[in-house]
Ligand binder design. Sequence first.
Ligand code: IPE
Ligand code: IPE
Ligand code: MG
Length: 241
Amino acid sequence: MPANDPRAKAPDHVAIIMDGNGRWATARGRPRLFGHQAGARRVSEIVEACPELGVRYLTIFAFSTENWKRTQAEVSGLMTLFRRYILKEAQRLLNKRVRVRFIGDRDRLDPKLVRLMDDLEALTEANDHVHLTIALNYGGRDEVTRATRRLAREVAEGRIDPDSVTAETLGRFLDTHTLPDPDLVIRTSGEARISNFLLWQSAYAEYEFVDTLWPDFTADKFAEILARFGKRERRFGAVIG
Ligand code: IPE
Ligand code: IPE
Ligand code: MG
């Protein structure tokens, strides 16, 4: 990598709260699902921009544990969209050497969708050009709760000594146990909240809240945000310089 290459200061792991699909559609007098379809098309553009921007891990929030509160029509439209996305993009992701993982609680998802998720993970398992993680039926509190339940079971069965439990121990029970923590979390659509995304993992992440609605979020906008990240000073609680 040449000196001054922007990739040298790139965040290794970027997490994105892809928000604003509904407002994007409403502004065009179209149903919300039209916005979700436009949003899904943006995903590939951002994934494919990662290697040249120096981003190795990309995690995207597709559906939260709270999104079941939406109308049945929107929820089932989104579930159909996820199925179609996997079927349509699987080969392309494989060819682009993207490794796909899913995080979130699979128990509430349709078994047919879960099978496609498992198959896509298996299909791309040997890839390591970009690590794409899709958060589907994901909530940070739900993830920590599920992890705690599994950890408690190990303790109850005598396999883990409660006094030996550290943050690292709990981390091993999280859905993200194979991933580094995110360095940068981006949220589109102008909302400045995290809506239950990667609560544990983002303890020292930098945040960028941008007004752009997700279907308008281009690779160029992504690159601009990454350039700003390169200028930030991260301290992790210490005193620098
Ligand atoms: C994000 O867009 C996608 C999902 C939450 C599934 P929204 O659907 O939340 O769009 P807005 O926030 O209503 O505009
Ligand atoms: C967060 O967006 C979830 C996803 C992007 C999948 P929401 O639109 O659901 O969040 P709130 O309701 O505005 O907090
Ligand atoms: Mg929203």
